[in-house]
Design a protein around this ligand. Structure first.
Ligand SMILES: Cc1cc2nc3c(=O)[nH]c(=O)nc-3n(C[C@H](O)[C@H](O)[C@H](O)COP(=O)(O)O)c2cc1C
Length: 164
């Protein structure tokens, strides 16, 4: 990759203002969660959603053992939740301590303070490069009316728990 391409791509990305999300998987003591900016709707009917997870993240390892994942948007003022899920590894830290959540039907954590959430059943996985795309069939969803969600621009700098 040329220096010029790196610079141009960084500048392009810096110009985007992406909604952040927390992906959760697992249940009980085996729950895991991480912050993501790689996520979007990819089909209307059937309703499908995509999240891209780094194989280095513990959340990806737990998600690989489960049928469902949950994807949550965050209220704009909840930088604390982004720091929590982006800066801790759920293999070694107790990521969920003092974070209110309830189990979905199969135990997947639903964060009580989310702006909105989607539960999806994993349909396909595709290697994209240093991340793996999880294509989800949306099976349940809920959101506050017109929430203002936390985005990359509002978040500013935050170092991830691991490099991708
Ligand atoms: C702003 C920001 C965006 C991130 N986006 C992603 C992403 O799209 N996919 C991903 O796998 N990790 C992403 N991460 C990194 C993980 O959130 C982070 O490494 C997390 O602590 C991993 O936790 P885990 O090991 O418990 O899964 C991002 C981190 C930050 C700070």
């Amino acid at each position: 990759v040329t220096a010029g391409l790196d610079h141009g791509f960084d500048a392009f990305l810096a110009g985007l203002d992406l909604p952040l999300a927390v992906v959760t998987a697992g249940s009980g003591d085996e729950a895991a969660g991480c912050l993501v900016s790689f996520h979007c709707q990819v089909s209307i009917a059937p309703p499908r959603y995509l999240v891209a997870l780094s194989p280095r993240n513990h959340t990806a390892a737990v998600a690989a053992t489960r049928r469902h994942l949950a994807v949550h948007t965050l209220p704009a003022a909840r930088r604390d939740l982004a720091e929590r899920f982006g800066g801790r590894c759920s293999r070694r830290d107790d990521t969920f301590s003092d974070v209110p959540w309830r189990p979905w039907r199969d135990g997947t954590p639903i964060l009580a303070d989310a702006a909105g959430w989607v539960v999806g059943a994993t349909r396909d996985r595709h290697e994209l490069g240093d991340h793996v795309a999880w294509v989800l069939d949306v099976v349940d969803a809920s959101a506050a009316a017109a929430p203002t969600v936390l985005t990359t621009r509002r978040l500013g700098r935050l170092a991830a728990a691991h490099a991708p």
